[in-house]
Ligand binder design. Structure first.
Ligand code: KG4
Ligand code: ZN
Length: 346
């Protein structure tokens, strides 16, 4: 197979990222020539969450420099790139437009094809990026700040949704509970750290839809339960007066409830799909308790667990370049008038 060098851009939320991959065919894992991520977290943290307008303006200001860095690290120039890809959704519309338009402009100037990538497909297939042979049929669990999905993956582009969150995404629940507890944005990594020294049975929080036969999940009741607990253990609900150990116990009990639900539903979806391989992806797949408990559960069930490396779990452009490459190999390109879609489904 011919060698392909692809450049991918990710700008759907608060990370501006560019990656360049070289693929010598799908039997081998592609080589990551460069993967540059510039996080805007510090900027948005001051506002307690992502401010869409600020995100797009920073993408626009940062992207040219990040492309230059990615090309320098890869030892390539835009003229050496065979295919350009960018996230086309889902995400913040103005943020998507910055990365998408930039990739189109590069493709236009270089006279090369363009691929519009679904961000969720990027997460979904990211656990296979560093493995020879590419994605195999399996059950994929995407747990990010915006989505919680259980997907029957039959092949590249052949997906069947078996379950999703009916309200808050798993990462969103972490971030909202983090905010309630007075932790910096994003709450996920903070809760992960504090929970490690807390008692997961100190508070009893609800696990929703456990008996339901679908793999759908719901985290809004859990979030509300944490909210209602606060006034009972603090002066006027202010989390800043909480003893450190109580804070750790709250985090551990909340995290135990989330991981209980995710693992239970992943096994349910796995049985429904008949697959013997499970992958997890998205920012929440960084979570140490989720990883270790899922590993134990999969060993017990004799299921193969495919985890992405930590650098591929949160938003990055290597996963976008990877999907660009997989689509290009299948001749699936987009025209330059392809629009972005903030609500794009898998
Ligand atoms: O995939 P991602 O970078 O962005 C989206 O596409 O949404 O995921 C970000 C989410 C945030 O909600 C963040 O709190 C969560 O992933 N996250 C974690 C951890 N690291 C990041 N949640 C739990 N434990 C972690 N260690
Ligand atoms: Zn993401």
């Amino acid at each position: 197979p011919e060698s392909l060098t692809v450049l991918g851009i990710e700008s759907s939320c608060d990370e501006t990222a560019v990656a360049i991959l070289r693929s010598a065919g799908e039997e081998k894992a592609p080589e990551i020539l460069s993967s540059v991520i510039s996080s805007q977290i510090a900027i948005h943290r001051q506002h307690g969450g992502v401010v869409p307008e600020l995100a797009s303006r920073n993408h626009s200001a940062d992207l040219p420099g990040i492309i230059r860095t990615a090309c320098r690290e890869a030892g390539t120039a835009p003229a050496d790139i065979d295919v350009f890809g960018a996230t086309g959704g889902p995400g913040l519309v103005a943020a998507l437009l910055v990365g998408n338009s930039t990739a189109k402009a590069l493709a236009l100037a270089a006279g090369r094809p363009f691929v519009s990538v679904n961000h969720l497909e990027g997460h979904l297939l990211s656990p296979f990026l560093k493995r020879p042979g590419g994605p195999v049929p399996h059950l994929g669990m995407v747990v990010s700040g915006g989505h919680t999905l259980f997907v029957d993956v039959r092949g590249v582009g052949n997906y069947r949704l078996l379950g999703r969150s009916l309200d808050d995404a798993a990462g969103e629940a972490f971030d909202k509970v983090g905010k309630m507890l007075g932790l910096p944005y994003p709450g996920g990594p903070e809760i992960d750290r504090l929970a490690a020294e807390g008692d997961p049975e100190a508070f009893s929080f609800p696990r929703a839809l456990m008996k339901e036969h679908t793999a759908n999940v719901s985290f809004s009741g859990l979030k509300t339960a944490v909210l209602y607990t606060l006034p009972k253990i603090t002066k006027n609900g202010d989390p800043h007066g909480l003893p450190r150990q109580t804070l750790r116990d709250l985090c551990a009990s909340f995290q135990r409830a989330v991981t209980d639900v995710l693992i239970h539903k992943a096994l349910k979806a796995l049985r429904a799909s008949g697959h013997r391989t499970l992958s997890i992806s998205g920012g929440v797949s960084c979570n140490r308790e989720l990883r270790s408990r899922l590993k134990t559960a999969c060993d017990r069930e004799k299921v193969k667990l495919v985890l992405p490396d930590f650098d591929l779990t949160t938003d990055n452009a290597a996963m976008i370049a990877y999907v660009t490459c997989l689509k290009a190999r299948r001749g699936l390109f987009h025209s330059l008038d392809e629009d972005v879609d903030p609500n794009l489904k898998l």
